[in-house]
Structures are given as C-alpha cells and as structure tokens.
Design a protein around this ligand. Structure first.
Ligand SMILES: C[S@@+](CC[C@H](N)C(=O)[O-])C[C@H]1O[C@@H](n2cnc3c(N)ncnc32)[C@H](O)[C@@H]1O
Length: 154
C-alpha cells in the first residue's frame, strides 16, 4: 500500500470529521478513525458536512488505539502526529507517500503514550498566545504540504 492517509484520534465533533471525509473523498486520501469517537458515524452533523461525498471515502474504523497501532506497524507505515507540542514546522518535515498523518481530538489532542509512539511530530506555527487551529483546517494544511512534497496525484 502506498496511499497517504489521514487518521483521527477519537474525534469529538461530527462536523469536523465530515469535513475531513469530504476533503479525503475529493483528494483520494484514505481516512482512519480511531474509536471511540464522540458521536456515531450516522450522526446528522457528520452527514451534513460530508454530504454525498461520504460514500466515496476509503474509510477504516479501528476499535481502539492498540488495534490501529498494530495494523499500521504491520503495514510498515510511519505515523506523523500533528501537535501544538512539537517544535518542528510541518513544512520542514520530509513526508513519504505512505505516511499516516495523525490528528488529535478537538478537546484534548492525544495522550502522552500516543505522542511517544509516533515517528514524526509536526507543528503549524501560530501567532504567540493562540491555542490551536480547527482540526479540519489543520488536516487540510498538512495534507496539502504532504501531497505537494510527494507529488500526490488524486
Ligand atoms: C483543536 S486541536 C486540539 C487542541 C487540544 N486542546 C490540545 O491541547 O491539543 C485538534 C487537533 O488539531 C491539530 N492541530 C491544531 N492546531 C495545530 C497546530 N498549530 N499544529 C499542529 N497541529 C494542530 C492537532 O492534531 C490537534 O490535536
């Protein structure tokens, strides 16, 4: 497998997940949802944001972090975590075409053990004093840079 993927760690807000699923459907990116999510996949706000694009997404749901991590290690993929706690700007990181871009939950990011399990940690630099960028916005920015560097073709 060589597809670039977006993974969402226990997402809380269905509209963000729907927006990311629509982005992935349009760009041909795979998506992994690491459960438990804070909503059901049939949530009407997810459907409103994802619209009819949802049926076109290559989506895999993983029952928990452990199962997801086992799967991605077996498939020898790197995990690249987007986090406000990294000093490394996302534009300086060298992406591979089969990387999994991992994003934390809206309420709390990812726990420490997930932070430690990944191969890369990247930051979208922000103005001093600002806390974080919307999950779907940060996914679009980082996926865009990874696609640019790896000459991704939908
Ligand atoms: C709304 S933010 C989470 C904020 C959360 N309170 C925290 O402390 O991490 C949701 C996710 O978007 C991504 N994100 C948001 N802003 C980011 C930034 N400036 N750099 C890298 N990732 C970012 C991260 O993956 C983050 O876990």
């Amino acid at each position: 497998m060589t597809d670039l993927r977006i993974a969402l760690y226990q997402p809380d807000i269905p509209g963000n997940t729907g927006t990311i699923l629509r982005l992935a459907a349009c760009l041909g990116l795979g998506v992994d949802i690491i459960e438990p999510a804070g909503f059901d996949i049939s949530d009407r706000n997810l459907k409103r944001a994802g619209m009819d694009y949802l049926s076109a997404v290559s989506l895999t749901r993983h029952v928990n972090w452990q199962k997801f991590d086992e799967w991605r290690r077996t498939s020898r993929r790197r995990l690249v975590l987007a986090t406000t706690k990294s000093p490394e700007p996302y534009t300086r990181f060298s992406y591979r075409p089969d990387d999994i871009l991992l994003f934390g939950r809206e309420s709390a990011g990812v726990p420490e053990h997930v932070h430690e399990a990944v191969e890369g940690r990247i930051l979208i630099p922000m103005v001093e004093g600002q806390r974080s960028i919307n999950l779907a916005m940060s996914a679009a920015m980082i996926a865009g840079e990874a696609m640019r560097q790896t000459a991704w073709q939908p």
